[in-house]
Write a protein that binds this ligand. Sequence first.
Ligand code: HEM
Length: 114
Amino acid sequence: MYSRVGGGPAIKLVVDQLYTWILLDEELSPYFATVTVESLKRHMAALLAQVLGGPQEYTGRELGESHRGLGITDAHYTRVVDLALAALFLAHAPRDVIAAVEDTLAAVRADIVA
Ligand code: HEM
């Protein structure tokens, strides 16, 4: 799936788009007020590449650990998932890849929502 979405360059575009939208969203942006978005983008890109069967280079923390205590609501979680899937769609990712990412994100919901 990694090569079918266009590999690293396509993943970088998707992640850039996702964080652009997140930071423009007045409900989501406050969560990111005190973090370095550039390093977050690198981690997210590495994780997405890994989920899609590309290089296994994710070195960030467990998702449960990095989101614990942030107080993320179910609605905000759903919003971020929608933006991530929209970014993939915009980057012309094939539908089965989008569906696989959606399944993966659904499986980590409990680690992220407060
Ligand atoms: C949809 C599934 C999500 C995935 C796959 C994901 C992925 C990630 C990754 C890989 C990191 C970096 C972890 C690290 O370096 O240790 C991170 C951190 C973070 N995420 Fe998420 N995230 C998701 C949803 C959300 C949502 C819904 C919010 C808030 C609305 C959010 C807010 C944050 C914040 C604020 C950090 C930085 C935490 C810190 O450094 O203290 N994430 N996320």
